[in-house]
Design a protein around this ligand. Structure first.
Ligand SMILES: [Mn+2]
Length: 430
């Protein structure tokens, strides 16, 4: 018997109210796609099989470097985070995976936590290590860096923490470790730019050596912050060099916010796929830097172009094609459940639009150097409103056609505000 935090009767009543309009829109879109030789049912089936994981930390209110404004009823531990993730999955039906973070999500019994997730119809996705902040009682500080620190004892502590995360992940049923380090410098001359990379690779190799055969390790690069002059794994070039040195089980993770402004991210995706090193994604959006805004809220066209490259990669798997998809964003001013439902819909929508691209027509136009026809072929898919396909996919899997009104009618957050203990004011990024 599965635990359902939102009343299934409430979802059914809400869907009944929205059913006629959806059927009308779905039929109209079906006729439109049929004229292009596309069967809408096949696209809906593909949408139903597609998943993007949510991060456990995304269930809470995030913050900036300056402040955090807590939300009444937000989760205070991994158990409450799982309950909120269950709401997102129950209404949206694209997010059955939860990506935990350690030590933030540490518990005594990980077997029990895995069962708790399963009771909601959830499973654990990539485990994330944390060597970018110090923990109470920790022997060495990460103030000088972690895997790339000049201090042997600090590097060793960071290696051991990552290996601990693998051990926890095994108990949770995960097979992926995501490694992001904040290592870097704030002053020219502070560290040797070459040797700090050498130290990183040498330490990461010890983590790599602890990976089970069926696991993968993903390196997440980030251009700046917390280091503002240089970061050790700053860009996809550094990430690719490290992943190639470490071995086949190590790939690169692309966080959409971790690039220089205006960088052509879809081209990076194509390059990493060509190298057999496209490990996965952290989806979010940005306007100025690593803003961690809601995915699809600022530049949905870029998100579509990333998915167009993924559809190309899927059609031409070369070294295989199995990237891990995850949302990673900070919800400073919204209810995180609403933000993650909105983002999951935006991401799934770009996945569906990429399926609608007429690949034969695109390739022919590219071969003939017919620039406008190639562009318009892509644009035709981008401009298709795929909302009815996403809503039908949700409906057929037991989710909500209109997730926002259904969620608000459930008064879930108001109930949790009564049940859960209040979060302190706290500070900054979680
Ligand atoms: Mn990230």
């Amino acid at each position: 018997m599965q635990t359902t935090p939102i009343s299934t009767d409430l979802i059914a009543e809400s869907n009944a109210r929205n059913m006629a309009a959806l059927e009308d829109d779905y039929a109209a879109l079906g006729r439109k796609l049929e004229r292009r030789g596309i069967a809408i049912e096949a696209v809906t089936d593909k949408a139903k099989g597609w998943e993007v994981a949510v991060p456990s930390w995304g269930a809470g209110r995030g913050g900036t470097r300056f402040a955090k404004f807590p939300l009444a009823g937000e989760p205070t531990n991994i158990h409450e985070k799982l309950e909120d993730c269950a709401v997102i999955q129950q209404l949206g039906r694209t997010t059955p995976g939860v990506s935990p973070h350690f030590p933030w999500d540490c518990v005594e019994d990980y077997g029990a936590l895995r069962e708790e997730a399963a009771s909601y119809g959830l499973h654990f996705d990539a485990v994330n290590s944390n060597t970018f902040q110090d923990q109470p009682g920790q022997a060495q500080t990460y103030a000088t860096g972690s895997l790339s620190s000049t201090l042997e004892a600090t590097r060793q502590q960071a290696v051991e923490h990552n290996i601990d995360c693998i051990e926890i992940g095994k108990q949770l049923g995960s097979s992926l470790l995501t490694v992001w380090v904040g290592d870097g410098t704030n002053f020219p001359g502070q560290q040797d730019l070459g040797r700090s990379f050498d130290r990183y690779v040498e330490a990461a190799a010890q983590v790599y050596a602890a990976l089970p055969d069926d696991w993968q390790m993903m390196l997440e690069h980030k251009m700046f912050e917390p280091a503002f002059y240089s970061s050790v794994i700053s860009d996809w070039g550094s990430s690719l060099m490290a992943a190639q040195e470490l071995g086949d089980k190590c790939k690169c993770l692309v966080d959409l916010g971790h690039h220089a402004p205006n960088v052509n991210i879809e081209q990076i995706v194509a390059r990493l796929h060509r190298a057999g090193k496209l490990g996965g994604f952290h989806f979010n959006d940005s306007k100025y830097g690593d803003d961690d805004l809601d995915s699809g809220s600022i530049n949905p066209h870029q998100l579509f172009l990333v998915f167009n490259e993924l559809a190309e990669a899927e059609a031409d798997p070369r070294h295989g094609f199995d990237p891990a998809y995850m949302i990673d964003q900070s919800h400073n001013v919204t209810d995180p459940i609403e933000s993650m439902l909105s983002s999951a819909e935006a991401i799934a929508g770009c996945h569906v639009r990429a399926q609608l691209v007429d690949r034969d027509a695109l390739r022919a136009a590219q071969q003939d150097n017919d620039v406008m026809l190639a562009f318009r072929t892509l644009r035709a898919a981008y401009e298709t409103d795929v909302g009815p396909i996403l809503a039908m996919a949700r409906l057929e899997q037991g989710g909500a056609i209109d997730w926002l009104s259904t969620y608000r009618a459930s008064k879930y957050r108001e109930r949790k505000a009564q049940e859960r203990k209040a979060v302190g004011l706290g500070a900054g990024i979680v």
